[in-house]
Design a protein around this ligand. Structure first.
Ligand SMILES: [Zn+2]
Length: 139
């Protein structure tokens, strides 16, 4: 499922008007920015992808860059904790108000494929807040 970074979110039509922008919807046929992310950013992103999923998918997505991804969901381990990725999306709000919509696989892309998201998204993860789906409560 590929969407270019910073394009208007449109994956789920019901939210297409929300004003969120895409980040981290990588696809095998599209080049992406790469670089080294900070440990602090990865720590925070891991927690968001594990504990603050905004929207669940009906099935799961797999990484298009891992040759052995096949049809099994992906599990990421960080400091002894496990997060199962590919099942949903996160929403992170920048201090300036912009909301980013990313698949939980984004953690794997950054940690294992050196994907470097746009600077604003990194700032939002570090300093902004993450949103939860009203339907699922805010607990
Ligand atoms: Zn991968």
């Amino acid at each position: 499922m590929y969407f270019e970074d910073l394009t208007p979110y449109s994956y789920h039509r019901s939210e297409a008007e929300s004003g969120a922008v895409n980040v981290g919807w990588l696809g095998a046929d599209h080049p992406f920015a790469s670089g080294t992310a900070s440990v602090e950013f990865l720590d925070r992103l891991f927690v968001i992808c594990r504990d603050h999923v905004f929207k669940m998918h009906r099935g799961f997505h797999v990484c298009e860059f891992c040759p052995n991804a096949a049809n099994a969901p992906l599990a990421a381990i960080r400091i002894g904790n496990e997060a199962r990725l590919g099942f949903g999306e996160i929403r992170v709000r920048h201090q300036g108000g912009k909301v980013f919509a990313a698949p939980t696989l984004i953690y794997h892309y950054v940690a294992d494929h050196q994907y470097l998201p746009p600077r604003e998204f990194i700032e939002a993860v570090l300093l902004g807040d993450c949103l939860v789906d009203h339907a699922r409560g805010s607990s």
